[in-house]
Write a protein that binds this ligand. Sequence first.
Ligand code: ACO
Length: 323
Amino acid sequence: MRRSIVRGVGGYLPSNCVTNADIAKSLDTTDEWIVERTGMKQRHVLADGQNTSDMAAEAAKIALANAGIDAASIDLIVVATVTPDNPFPATAARVQAKIGATNAFAFDVNAVCSGFIYALSVADQYLKTGMAKRALVIGADAMSKILDWNDRSTAVLFGDGAGALVLEGVDESHADYNRGIHSAHLFSDGGCYDLLYVDTTPACAKQPGHVRMQGREIFKFAIKLIGEAVETVLKSNNMTVNDIDWFVPHQANLRIIEGISVHFKIPMEKMVVTVDKHSNTSAATIPLALWEAARDGRIQKGQKVVLEAMGGGLTWASALVKW
Ligand code: ACO
């Protein structure tokens, strides 16, 4: 069996940065409420005319440059998104054209905030079996396009962004074989659909629809389900918290991250936190956090990194990656 190793990482955030105070100018909210309940201080928002594929393509180009790999040698592109440019074609196909990955096949995955780990796991199957050799896995979302900007209970929580990994399948003879994706664990419960959803689609109502969320219920599920996902990934790899160098959680709320840290006795210094700067960018939070922590030298080659997420669906997931 081959293994999928990380060759490069990239990210992109739109230049327009919107602070809590900016939002409070048009919505009945305050910087204090948002910081106290979520830890969020700002988020990046796309300019008119920009789309998810624009962000995804920029993140992909940075990841390819980081890997020192040409776009033409990529044979698979998977984009995790809930905000595709169009219902079809897939955003991944648009990215393929934008970066010139002429030899790739490309498709999207929708698992909301768990989408990046789902996409990683999908790409991993192709690479492990040798059906693909080099893959781009991208998490990208333009949440600003599906927010109800009059609903203070959701509008303050999200941001736009994209992050990407370049993966390569290697066999046992390769020097880096011990690195890469060691396991991924995916879970869904469609019965909890109404806790977090978008209320219509262009296909049924000729308009994009808005995010609706029962925040308090989602919060409780997040602590429980992310806890289960973390337990599963540690157990499957016969590891404890002490064996892990970095935890890279989905960034939905600082209080959820702190709750997991307390429950598992994970020092906050081992948690990569970006929620204060990016807010919740849905499928993009984890690759953006990886990009940031790899860029600033925290995550080093060979270190063990646990990814974990929970989102609409409900979906939840975890993975162990040796960087
Ligand atoms: N500013 C000021 N007041 C607000 C705001 C706001 N932006 N939003 C809500 N309030 C008010 C409410 O109206 C309510 O007022 P009331 O007591 O007078 O009725 C009060 O604040 C408390 O509201 P709650 O919703 O109970 O606040 P809570 O402490 O639960 O925090 C939050 C809300 C931040 C949404 C939290 O529940 C949360 O983070 N939930 C989880 C979100 C999450 O994990 N999402 C992940 C998945 S996202 C995805 O998959 C796309």
